[in-house]
Design a protein. Structure first.
Lengths: 138, 138
DNA sequence: TATAATTCCTACTGATTTACTAGGAATTAA
DNA sequence: TTAATTCCTAGTAAATCAGTAGGAATTATA
């Protein structure tokens, strides 16, 4: 049930951007240094977040990334979802359309996985980037 | 955030035992066939559950395993906990006593991991084996 | 215009973990 | 005595994780 570093680093990078929202682009080399995350690895994660529409890039010197929306409107589940699967088991995931097993209707353990999935979603949906900013004013 | 098969198989095996609680020992070869789980792998998982005090073994021919307690008193979190870590990130786990980072007090992302951990615990603590039995009478 | 700082893209890789397999010893009901 | 079981340890192929590496494209500034 552990989160991978993708999700963890992704959230840390996004909170970092949230704390500087409205102050122009922030470069990944800066985030990399301050958050102690490998630059090349961070590039890959942020590329995913950009394709998910959560950040926008400014290319060239003095460029970087900015949040695509107000940090109060971006939930943690939105950040983690593109980076790694959120559902605890395959068969209660809305993304994967694969039919996981034939006992779908009669499966009893499924009950607890759905409950678990919902409570994970609830916790991450109800927390926004601004909730995690050290400067809570933004 | 995916559960490994250890947790998933462990819960399935325990629910299987719960549905036959009070009917004598159930062999792993039977569970293995019915739940379609490799016998040798299942042996290893059940060994962990036995050491955790959740099941008791009956050795020899016509032996097997029985639940150590009433299925209404065994929560799913008790089953999964010995099989795999439940906390989403290292630094909000009560088991590991390792100091994960020096920013423990000022860490802002920690807030959401604690909230996530608590809601995972809550979901799994509040569900028992008997809640997942197809024969809900037991 | 040249340079440095950046994003962007793809391929590779070592280490770790996962999900088993394999083999056998000990126990016990029939 | 046999067959069915638990019990124990070691090994292992495949997948995943957590990056590295190398370079192309873009752009503000000197």
């Amino acid at each position: 049930m552990k989160l991978s570093t993708k999700g963890e680093y992704g959230v840390r990078a996004m909170v970092f951007l949230a704390e500087r929202y409205g102050q122009g682009p922030v470069s990944l080399s800066y985030i990399s240094q301050r958050e102690n995350i490998s630059l090349a690895y961070l590039e890959q994660l942020v590329a995913i977040l950009r394709k998910a529409g959560l950040v926008e890039s400014v290319r060239g010197a003095y460029g970087g990334y900015v949040l695509a929306r107000d940090p109060r409107s971006i939930s943690i589940s939105e950040v983690i979802r593109p980076l790694e699967p959120l559902a605890p088991v395959e068969c209660v995931s809305d993304e994967s359309q694969v039919e996981c097993c034939e006992q779908r209707e009669t499966c009893t353990t499924r009950l607890v996985w759905e409950k678990l999935r919902d409570s994970i979603f609830q916790a991450l949906n109800s927390t926004t980037l601004s909730d995690l900013c050290s400067d809570r004013a933004s």
